[in-house]
Every structure is written in structure tokens, then in C-alpha cells.
Design a protein around this ligand. Structure first.
Ligand SMILES: Nc1ncnc2c1ncn2[C@@H]1O[C@H](COP(=O)(O)OP(=O)(O)OP(=O)(O)O)[C@@H](O)[C@H]1O
Length: 453
């Protein structure tokens, strides 16, 4: 039996859900607002899993969860969202931090996601620590992952093989769910450090107060709550690779410490007087534009350049062309095995929809949608009946006009405006920056970004 917190403002739905989960032996506390959830967490917690509706009267649950994580709350959680909000939920999703389920909620799917959340247990900032066994050539990872055959994928793995044997720091940039962690693991596996540890940290779920201690360790008594000495993840990764996911989330003071660790190869645990030598290769991932953040001062420029010895862009799924079919088959096989089903393939109509859809959540979203399809399909060929209904309607309406992509639209406007102002001031960049109300660094960055001559 699990102790669940359900935050849902649709009372009919929450009653149905809690009675359904009750019948499956779970205990459910229901709240209809984030304020209520906050109170329940303080007064009635801890819970095993948080189940959060996306839109609530007093805010959205992605922001709520982010706050909880930054406060150090690590309860497993998933978000229930309508298909139209998937994009937002997915974009904000951190690996392992939380999952999502689309409404209308299918009972079998709900139990599946809940089971997974319970198995995962508490979310930790340390995502994975693995020590590869020497002499095991075809390790499990190579069976679980595929590279794809498209030109863009071939290039991606060419870069991976090129940079892996060096000791260069690498920035892996790509949208959420594109496989950045997998790329980092591949670099580690193909490096001289393959027999050393691979430690993955999710900086997005590190609380601000504890980030430095998590990375560099602390001495007993260094701060309230430091009850004993703690080894930081830098030391844990000694001789291997440290993977910092969502590095853009690290606070400024931790960024300074990180830069020092990279430059001098030494760390000082909090409260310690002695320095500790470390031999760690750093790989950082981000789905933000770190260069832009460095230009605006949100990320330390010196650290950015120190990390950016090599940059790898992981392409979004919609740009991986023919790989889609390969990934589909791979995820179908995986879901069959996990769920003990026997779906052979997806119908032509499903594949057509998949090809038109733009997959904002990339491989992770594809994996989720296929799992649902396999779970709900009774036949060997999975049909559109197991797709979220709204996915089908949205595809029917979708003409993909250029003007529907808000970000692209904003960028086009921005580019036009910058060009216009630059012309007006005869390319005097200081004047242009002033008129545009941005600093010069940001202007330079944007000129480069938009290839303005
Ligand atoms: N090459 C691959 N072959 C098969 N599955 C993959 C591959 N790359 C990624 N995946 C799967 O896609 C999902 C997302 O991958 P991963 O966590 O590496 O992405 P990410 O870009 O690091 O995500 P985030 O931005 O949220 O941290 C995982 O379930 C992973 O197993």
C-alpha cells in the first residue's frame, strides 16, 4: 500500500480516482489547490508519490514541483496534463525528477505510471553512479540504446567517438529528452576512463543550499545538519567522469567553485582546511542556450569557456528523419518486454501521425506514447484507438504553418528589429544596443545567432 497525495481541482475526477486507487490498496489524500498540497506535505507527509494536475487554481504544478525540489523535497511525482499542455510539462521535465500522464487518464496507464514511480522511489540528485566492469565488451548499454541511421545521427556519433578518447570537457546541448545523458555515457564508455566511475548529477533537482556539499562534500559540523563527514560527487567520480545535467541551474557561488575544481584539479570540502586532489573529466548538459546565459550574466562566462572545449548538439527527434521508425521499433520491443505484451508493429495511420507530430519531448515522449500504445493494444498491430484522442485531432488540424511556432515567430521579429536598428545607427553597435535596451554582449551574441552581416 502506498501513501499518495493527489492534487486535483476537478472534484468528480478526484473522487473517481481516489476510489479507484483505494480499491487497489492505496491510501489517497486529496487536495484541490497547491496551497492545500503545501499544507498536506507539512502536516501529513511524507507521501510516497505526488500526483499533480497540471493546471490548478493557484498556479501550475511544474513550478510547484520545481520549488519543492529546490527546497530538497525528493518525493517521486508525476503530472497529469491535457494533451495541449504536454509540451509545457515535457519541456520542464527533468530526467527522473518527474513523469507525466495525459488526460483523460486511462486506469491501466495510471497504475503503470504509479508502479514506476513507486519503484523509482525518492528522486535523488545523483542520477547514476556506475562502475564499468573491465573486459565486458557488449555491455548492457549497447543493447538498450541505438544510434540511428540518419545523416544527423551519424554525425552525432562521429563527434562522440572523436572526443571520447581525449580528456576534453564537453558541453552537450539539446532539447529535453533528446538523449543527452545517453551521449554522455557513450563518451565515458569510449574513453580511457571507462573502467572508472560515471557519476550523473541532476543539477536541476539540487537544492541551492546543498549543491556545494553534494558536489564537493563537507566536514562534520560545517553547517547545521552536517552530522558527519560527507564525500562529494567530485571525489566519488575520481578517475572517471562526472556528468552534470542541467548545469545552467547551478548557483553563481557553486559555479566559481566548479571553475576552480576544473582549473586546479583540486576541491575543498565545505568546512575542510585540506585540499583534495581529484582527477575527473567533466561533461555538462543543458537544454538552455548557455552561451546566451553567459552573455546576459546568468552563467559565468569563464566557466562556460572552460567547459566548452568541445560542444555536441543532440538533435531533436523531429530532425532525425528516418530514425523515427528505428526508434519506434526499439521502443515497441522494449515495451513488449517490460509489459509482457506482443505488439508486432504500429498501424500505418499511427506511423503517419507520428511522422507529422513534432515531438516536443523527443525520445522520452516517444517512449511514453509507445508504452501507452503497447499497454492498451490487445492486437498485434497497435492502432490509433490507443493514442490520446487529442493527439489525433490536433494532427488532423495541423497544417504546420510557419506562423504557428511562437518561438520562431519571436525570433524572426527580433532579428528584423535588430537589423533595422543596426541600419539606422549605421552599424554602431553601442548605439544599437542602447536603442534596443540590451547590453553590447547580448547584441553581439544575437548578431552571431541570427547570422546578421
Ligand atoms: N539512443 C537512444 N536509444 C534508445 N533510447 C534512448 C536513446 N537516447 C535516449 N533514449 C531514451 O530516451 C529517454 C531520454 O533520454 P535522456 O535521459 O538521455 O535524455 P536527456 O536529453 O538527458 O533528457 P533531459 O533533458 O530531460 O535530462 C530515456 O528514456 C532514454 O532511455
Amino acid at each position: 500500500m502506498a501513501n499518495l497525495l493527489l492534487v486535483e481541482d476537478d472534484t468528480t475526477f478526484s473522487k473517481l480516482l481516489s476510489s479507484f486507487l483505494g480499491k487497489h490498496g492505496h491510501q489517497v489524500k486529496v487536495c484541490s489547490s497547491l496551497k492545500g498540497a503545501r499544507e498536506a506535505l507539512t502536516e501529513e507527509g511524507p507521501f510516497d508519490v505526488l500526483m499533480l494536475d497540471y493546471r490548478l487554481p493557484d498556479g501550475n504544478s511544474v513550478d510547484f514541483l520545481k520549488t519543492l525540489r529546490s527546497e530538497g523535497n525528493r518525493t517521486a511525482a508525476f503530472i497529469m496534463t491535457s494533451f495541449h499542455d504536454v509540451r509545457t510539462a515535457v519541456t520542464a521535465m527533468q530526467i527522473g525528477a518527474f513523469d507525466y500522464i495525459t488526460k483523460p487518464v486511462n486506469p491501466e496507464e495510471l497504475l503503470m505510471v504509479l508502479r514506476e514511480a513507486l519503484n523509482k522511489g525518492e528522486v535523488t540528485s545523483v542520477k547514476a553512479v556506475s562502475k564499468a566492469k573491465p573486459n565486458v565488451k557488449a555491455d548492457k548499454q549497447s543493447l538498450e540504446y541505438i544510434e540511428g541511421k540518419s545523416k544527423i545521427s551519424k554525425q552525432l556519433y562521429e563527434y562522440v567517438r572523436l572526443v571520447a578518447p581525449t580528456d576534453m570537457s564537453v558541453i552537450i546541448q539539446g532539447e529535453s529528452g533528446t538523449g543527452k545523458e545517453h551521449v554522455a555515457k557513450s563518451i565515458h564508455r569510449l574513453s580511457k576512463r571507462a573502467n572508472g566511475p560515471f557519476v550523473a548529477i541532476d543539477c536541476g533537482s539540487l537544492s541551492k543550499d546543498l549543491a556545494a556539499s553534494e558536489l564537493f562534500g563537507h566536514k562534520k559540523g560545517a553547517f547545521t545538519g552536517a552530522l558527519m563527514d560527507k564525500i562529494g560527487q567530485f571525489e566519488a567520480a575520481d578517475g572517471g567522469t562526472l556528468f552534470l545535467d542541467e548545469i545552467g541551474n547551478l548557483g553563481y557561488d557553486v559555479q566559481i567553485k566548479l571553475l576552480r575544481a576544473l582549473q586546479e584539479r583540486i576541491i575543498v570540502p565545505i568546512g575542510a582546511t585540506q585540499q583534495v586532489k581529484v582527477d575527473v573529466r567533466l561533461i555538462a548538459a543543458t537544454n538552455e542556450d548557455l552561451m546566451a546565459n553567459a552573455a546576459t550574466g546568468d552563467f559565468r562566462e569563464d566557466l562556460y569557456h572552460r567547459l566548452n572545449e568541445f560542444k555536441i548538439e543532440v538533435p531533436p527527434l523531429r530532425k532525425r528523419g528516418e530514425d523515427l521508425g528505428i526508434f519506434v521499433q526499439h521502443f515497441v520491443d522494449k515495451a513488449n518486454e517490460e509489459l509482457e505484451r506482443n505488439v508486432r508493429e504500429l498501424s500505418k495511420e499511427v506511423m503517419e501521425i507520428f511522422m507529422k507530430y513534432d515531438w516536443p519531448g523527443n525520445l522520452r515522449e516517444l517512449n511514453n506514447v509507445i508504452k501507452r500504445l503497447v499497454l492498451l493494444s490487445k492486437e498485434e498491430v497497435a492502432t490509433t484507438s490507443a493514442l490520446p484522442a487529442e493527439m489525433i485531432t490536433s494532427m488532423e488540424d495541423q497544417q504546420k504553418p510557419a506562423g504557428s511556432d511562437l518561438k520562431a515567430l519571436q525570433e524572426t521579429h527580433e532579428k528584423e528589429m535588430i537589423e533595422k536598428v543596426l541600419q539606422e545607427v549605421r552599424y554602431n553597435k553601442s548605439k544599437a544596443a542602447k536603442l534596443l535596451n540590451i547590453d553590447r554582449k547580448t547584441l553581439y551574441y544575437k548578431i552571431e545567432k541570427y547570422h546578421i552581416e
